[in-house]
Ligand binder design. Sequence first.
Ligand code: 5AD
Ligand code: FES
Length: 363
Amino acid sequence: MTLTELETWLRETDSSRLETLWAEADRVRREHVGDEVHLRGLVEISNYCARLCGYCGLRADHVDLPRYRMEAAEILECARQAVAYGYGTVVLQAGEDYGITREWLAEVVRRIKAETPLAVTLSLGERPEADLVAWREAGANRYLLRFETSDPELYARIHPPLPGEVWRDRFEILARLRELGYEVGSGVMIGIPGQSYASLARDIATFENLDLDMIGVGPWLPHPATPLGVERGTWNVENGERPTEGNTGETPVPPDQVPNTEDMTYKVVALTRLVCPEANLPSTTALATLNKESGRELGLSRGANVVMPNLTPVKYRALYEIYPDKACINETAEACQLCLSGRIHSIGRRVGQGPGGRQRRGG
Ligand code: 5AD
Ligand code: FES
């Protein structure tokens, strides 16, 4: 698809034309990755973060947020739970936390790989290359690092570098991860203040160019303790008000601004499936946060084939507040397991067996 075609779809509002997009994405999904929905158990192992990303509630200067870092034994217990629930993968995610040392995490990965059949996915930020090498050697299979936006100016505005650190290019890190033999995942947020339709179209084209194995997309959700959340007004969770097309707060919005809405998220999921037919695409928690009723199912019916049930112990859940009012915040791991398998069956799909890695076809 050309950039112009992508952008035209992103601007489409006619519901019958959108129905054809959903149907085509669903068809391509079925043809290339089948009816199985893979479950990736998510363990949010630490909410410490050294960085100051403009959108994220875990940013280092959010001093009111109590911080936690899970013990190795707690993480191992979550991995055992993942096995018991029939998940094929455990995802260890954290802020960019240098209290998670190379050796400590390598040992955690080695133990998970020795004691369980799970695939291990890491999502730990822009770690130095030596860490990525050590973790791969320890047996980690996949790494997630969203590039967030392909617009370099917007990217720079919302990602100040670490104090005293050199600029690190996420695309270089993604390329290095691939060389190291990881399955590589990335993705973007939809409706970041300052994100234009043309730049979101380029994001989707970039997924294709990078030949990503996993692609996660979700709406930007304003967090009141972040510069972007303050700048654009906070989403009023109290009265259930949702961001409307084109405006999420008090500040006037430029005409080319992409809205951070549910529908825009489905468009990106569907178009991503069309340009990356074999990729594993999650129906994300951020999407489920915008529509707790049926967001997960609609994502799965419009191109997605993965969900990430939360396995984080309940006592830590609420502290992993990258955005407010996150779905499943008070649910136990067992509740999420039952909830998601029920949702998968309700739309006529089945739970995937085994690790569910990227399957490349021919060529
Ligand atoms: N709204 C939506 N998504 C967010 N993320 C971080 N903060 C927010 C927010 N306020 C996403 C980023 C990050 C992923 C782990 O969570 O894309 O890569
Ligand atoms: Fe957690 Fe539905 S996925 S309660």
